[in-house]
Write a protein that binds this ligand. Structure first.
Ligand code: SF4
Length: 283
């Protein structure tokens, strides 16, 4: 039965007011609504406050190293492309340490859904500057204010050929859940940059701040099939657009691998593999 248990052995340990509560609920709602059996989902967690969700979500999962959640996610999909693979990762892990993986998996259109919990800080390690921290912001690692200008992750996604690009807010659970459902259904690389409240290390960007500094893409008549318009929206400075920036249909990576056309790698006939011959090549 496609139901998530209502009782969990461990309750979330996130701080009161943390946006991770909303994102986790949105994931659960999207999975329940998808109609896909929950044993068909695998969630790959990065290290960070977001990654602690590994202890609270009763789904198949893998907890990767910091910044390295994307490669095992791609590997899981290639090993068994019948699975739906979701990555839970922070802005530091995805856009900092994991940026090379992020760029190259988008180019390959690997069929994984990447949920970036973007709170503009390294929060698990007590609030250092991340790639999306605003210039001039004072953090524990930038006591005189951040010197770098922040990364534009959605522009990076547009320019590196991601086929589903969205931004949502952790405080709008119904819309975030709906978007996660779309991303799960999308065949190819899907990114949802989720603006996440960190009530402890980024208290300025709270619910009120996000209400004042975001604007819905549907309110401004954006066409998600228009790549040039998606780029322009991704580069906007004044107000952060929220919604679906861009979506296109392109074969996913596993659909282009000839060996995976007849069956998942998992279901290949392993008796025909001559392991001794293979190993001898490396001796
Ligand atoms: Fe959430 Fe920030 Fe607390 Fe981490 S430090 S649990 S991101 S509120």
């Amino acid at each position: 039965m496609n139901q998530l248990p209502t009782k969990y052995p461990y309750l979330p340990t996130w701080c009161p007011g943390c946006g991770n509560f909303g994102i986790m609920n949105a994931i659960k709602m999207a999975i329940l609504k998808s109609g896909i059996p929950r044993e068909k989902f695998v969630v790959v967690y990065d290290i960070g406050c977001a990654g602690n969700m590994a202890d609270f979500l009763d789904l198949y999962g893998f907890h990767g190293l910091h910044g390295r959640a994307l490669p095992p996610a791609a590997g899981i999909k290639l090993a068994n492309h019948d699975l739906k693979v979701i990555v839970v990762i922070g802005d530091g892990g995805c856009y900092g340490e994991g940026a090379t993986h992020f760029i190259n998996l988008m180019r390959g259109n690997h069929d994984i859904t990447v949920l970036v919990h973007d709170n503009h800080r390294y929060s698990l390690t007590t609030g250092q500057m991340s790639p999306t921290t605003d210039q001039g912001t004072k953090t524990k690692s930038t006591p005189e204010g951040a010197l770098e200008v922040p990364m534009k992750p959605l522009a990076l996604a547009v320019s590196n050929h991601a086929t589903f690009i969205a931004r949502e807010f952790s405080g709008n659970i119904p819309q975030l859940s709906m978007r996660i459902g779309q991303a799960i259904a999308h065949e190819g690389f899907s990114l949802i940059d989720t603006l996440q409240i960190c009530s402890v290390y980024n208290p300025t960007q709270d619910l009120k701040w996000y209400k004042e500094h975001t604007v819905g893409l549907e309110m401004i008549g954006h066409d998600p099939s228009d790549k040039a318009a998606a780029w322009a929206r991704a580069m906007e400075e004044d107000k952060l657009p929220v919604g679906l920036f861009y979506q296109e249909k392109r074969p996913a990576y596993h659909q282009l691998v000839s060996e995976l056309q007849s069956a998942t790698l998992l279901n290949h006939d392993k008796s025909v593999v001559k392991m001794d011959e293979l190993l001898n090549e490396y001796r």
